[in-house]
Write a protein that binds this ligand. Sequence first.
Ligand SMILES: Nc1nc2c(ncn2[C@@H]2O[C@H](COP(=O)(O)OP(=O)(O)OP(=O)(O)O)[C@@H](O)[C@H]2O)c(=O)[nH]1
Length: 341
Amino acid sequence: MTSEGLAVQADAPAGPTGRRGRRAADVPTLVERAREGDARSVARLISLVEDASPALREVAAALAPHTGHAQVLGLTGSPGVGKSTTTTALVRALRATGKRVGVLAVDPSSPFSGGALLGDRVRMQDHAGDSGVYIRSMASRGHLGGLSWSTPQALRVLDAAGCDVVLIETVGVGQSELEIASLADTTLVLVAPGMGDGIQAAKAGILEVADVFVVNKADRDGADTTVRDLRYMLSLGGRHSEAGQWRPPIVKTVASRDADNGIDQVLEKIETHREWLAASGEGQRRRSERAAREIEAIALATLRERMGDVHGSAALGTLAGRVVAGESDPYRAADELLDEL
Ligand SMILES: Nc1nc2c(ncn2[C@@H]2O[C@H](COP(=O)(O)OP(=O)(O)OP(=O)(O)O)[C@@H](O)[C@H]2O)c(=O)[nH]1
């Protein structure tokens, strides 16, 4: 089948709920091929969900039976701490153990997506020809609903495509690291010596989201000070000192080094955290929370879309008239409107 044959011809603007437009994508075939490891089909499915294609609902339904297998890792940190370098090193190490890996590089500030970023092209080369790795960059600015709804869908695609591990990388600015943490089973927070990251981490509430701290660029002066600062800040936060609670370990890395770079220790800590998630029930709780957020986001988007239909409608006009005339109040009118929706 040609890519033209799979083209989506939307005759109405698509919304994040996938309710509008006409679809022309052969979803079952795409899902089947993605599950066989066809990278183009994986890419196409991610585009469908990212572009809020009208086929979104069909895609979600077709993927559902094949999901729930992948371990989801979040990786966040300030610009320049070495996220890309660390991701590459992690992918290499995971591939060496035979795992299939997906990477979603989410750029909350970029309007570009689909692997168009230079950095990703460079990284693609690093894993070129390796069918066990999917790398995809996603932009969230300018997209309907942003990171919060497109990333979980893309995650599902990679999960269904048989990835054992999906790594979501994002720069730690604004809300993005919190969103990543809500998606991931295990969240890695990267800091680097001498960047004032420790203090920033405390400010941004990053201490709360980190399951593993990675002090990268440990070849630089000040790495031990950074580790000490982090340890001190963790000791102040009461959460981690309670019995049975997870205490985020701190690992030093030199991600830019090919060997002896600390990446194996990071993987060990991730594994220990995975075991803790299973034993404590926290893993299940996180996944339920994740699904609940998704449902909520879709329901709200659907409601907003229906409200759009309602805007300017006769029913709304009638209700407005009654409020103006003092025959109803806006709260009662809103309840009546919601009842109708
Ligand atoms: N000395 C040293 N340099 C490193 C290390 N890890 C990464 N770097 C370098 O730091 C620079 C930034 O690394 P990236 O991996 O691009 O950092 P990033 O966090 O992805 O950066 P943004 O994409 O700007 O958010 C690059 O020049 C890397 O080669 C390290 O462990 N030690």
